[in-house]
Design a protein around this ligand. Structure first.
Ligand code: UN1
Length: 523
């Protein structure tokens, strides 16, 4: 039988003929498992640097007895060496023709695609992300590189002729890179976020020092290897493993010209407050959310329940786009909740590399302990409709497995309603009108994603015009609030969710890594 053509997996993939996908994934998994337990270096100037710091292990959240890979925490000297390498590489890279820069990124994108099963398998093991979502992350990484490269090419390197005041002059606006950027990435999209953030910086002509999450250095280190394979000149991208201490050194480093970061609001605000000293330096921060979905009486409730369930519990709720609150209209509350509870009960939890598993473990001990503390609070102040427990029996004994949880009955001012938890916990409340649902939705510090389910045009318009969020969706079955894709859904954080008012995945991303210079020549 002729091989079926492999289609692209996105976060919106709900299922199809997946046989070939699963066979290829299984094959890659066997090969990746053979590489477990190796030690990886830092990379500075395209050279491996074994590292003089303390060794740490990247531990599998599925089974904490498995140490997947070993890294060293970067020392101050190594951080200095990486920043110096990036500084020295900058003038030449900034002067490199933008078409050449785009070409290297396009090559990197094709290498990501070529290695997609290996990359997805590593990611499932290291993050606990299910097969489809891991592949989505990998495909998104490649699409981000291509999409941003296209932005640079379409804009012809961001040079725009301006008007003239006399015939004897030539005037233009040129966007130019800043210099050396630190890229600080989280664990949850450990390829797509480092790829997108670094690609933006590099395409613009900057050089970069990359710091992956301490929980996912293995998969992020593969990005560095891919960049080198794609022909990235030495010093343009440098990779250092490390923990929060290294982040602290970078935030206060006088030789850095910019920081691009995705992570918690607390750390993002720290970067914003502490990075600039003598003059203002650019920071591009994407900082999480407390994302609401609104369900109105006219909604297709089956679609709404599916979309909410997927966005609340996909990747165990550990997305800044995760749906963590639902405001359901009183008229349809019982029916919607019934559907949502049924779908939640049917979710398969387990080892995320297994074919039909939807939910894997949470990322680490801290998240696991936090889940238990939050559940005590939820039990005390509200009602747990389903979930609420950690899973300890059998195959769950050595991992950080927790139940998908739905809580109701919390007062709107409650800490658990206001703060980002980054766990598979969904808070449900009722509303008597769309206006009330939107008011409750907006009554948080965050403003990242939001969703609505309704068939009424007036309600859609009201929602889009009044919701305080940069990423909005209506009637989406594949995810109420999650699943933004490069070039399809700009991913912009408002309020406490972002710093720049322009989104990743969107048409204004690369420009943010550049500063404008106008050039006026008199003849
Ligand atoms: C994040 O969780 O930090 O839209 C950002 C989505 C993903 C979000 C990634 N692209 O669900």
């Amino acid at each position: 039988m002729a091989a079926k053509k492999q289609f692209k997996i996105t976060y919106a993939t709900l299922g199809a003929d997946m046989d070939k996908f699963h066979r290829d994934f299984d094959r890659a998994l066997v090969q990746v498992r053979e590489k477990i337990g190796q030690q990886y270096p830092h990379v500075i100037n395209n050279q491996p640097v074994p590292g003089a710091g303390e060794t740490f292990a990247s531990v599998s959240p599925v089974d904490t007895r498995v140490e997947l890979a070993y890294f060293k925490a970067a020392t101050n000297d190594e951080i200095e060496a990486a920043v110096t390498a990036a500084r020295e590489a900058f003038p030449k890279w900034a002067a490199t023709d933008y078409r050449k820069r785009a070409k290297i990124l396009q090559k990197a994108a094709s290498l990501v695609r070529k290695n997609r099963f290996e990359l997805a398998a590593i990611m499932s093991l290291e993050v606990g992300k299910n097969r489809l979502e891991s592949m989505g992350d990998v495909e998104e990484s490649a699409d981000l590189m291509d999409y941003y490269a296209k932005q640079l090419l379409d804009a012809r390197g961001f040079t725009v002729p301006l008007a003239r005041l006399s015939r004897k002059e030539d005037t233009r606006s040129v966007l130019r890179p800043y210099g050396v950027w630190a890229m600080v990435a989280p664990f949850n999209f450990p390829l797509a976020l480092p790829a997108g953030m670094s690609a933006g910086a590099i395409l613009a002509g900057n050089t970069v020092v990359c710091k992956p999450s301490v929980d996912t250095p293995w998969i992020t280190s593969r990005l560095q290897e891919i960049y080198m394979q794609a022909g990235m000149p030495p010093g343009v991208v440098n990779f250092l493993a490390g923990d929060r201490r290294m982040g602290d050194v970078l935030i206060h480093h006088p030789q850095l010209d910019g920081i691009v970061f995705t992570g918690s609001k607390a750390v993002g605000m720290k970067i914003f407050r502490e990075f600039s000293r003598d003059f203002i330096k650019p920071v591009i921060l994407e900082m999480g959310g407390k994302n609401p979905a609104i369900v109105m009486p006219s909604a297709d409730l089956e679609t709404a329940a599916e979309g909410v369930m997927r966005s609340a519990f996909g990747l165990q709720g550990q997305k800044c786009s995760a749906c963590s609150r639902v405001y359901v209209h009183r008229q349809v509350k019982d029916k919607f909740l019934d559907l949502l509870l049924r779908k939640t009960a049917a979710l398969r939890i387990g080892d995320p590399v297994e074919k039909d598993v939807f939910m894997g473990p949470v990322i680490n001990r801290k998240a696991y302990d936090k889940f238990q503390a939050v559940m005590e609070e939820a039990r005390r102040d509200g009602t747990i409709l389903t979930g609420g427990n950690v899973l300890r029996e059998g195959a769950f004994a050595n991992g950080y497995f927790v139940e998908p949880t739905i809580v109701t009955g919390l007062p709107p001012s409650h800490r658990l309603v206001k703060e980002e938890l980054f766990l598979p916990i969904l808070i449900v409340d009722v509303a008597d009108s769309l206006e009330e649902a939107v008011r409750l939705s907006n009554d948080v510090e965050y403003g990242l994603t939001a969703g609505i389910y309704t068939k009424r045009k007036r309600e859609l318009d009201y929602f889009f015009d009044h919701i305080e969020a940069g990423v909005t969706y209506a009637n989406r079955r594949s995810g109420a609030t999650t699943g933004a894709w490069p070039g399809v859904n700009s991913f912009c954080g408002w309020k406490g969710s972002g710093s720049s008012g322009k989104g990743g995945c969107g048409p204004y991303y690369v420009q943010q890594f550049m500063r404008e210079q106008s050039r006026t020549i008199m003849y």
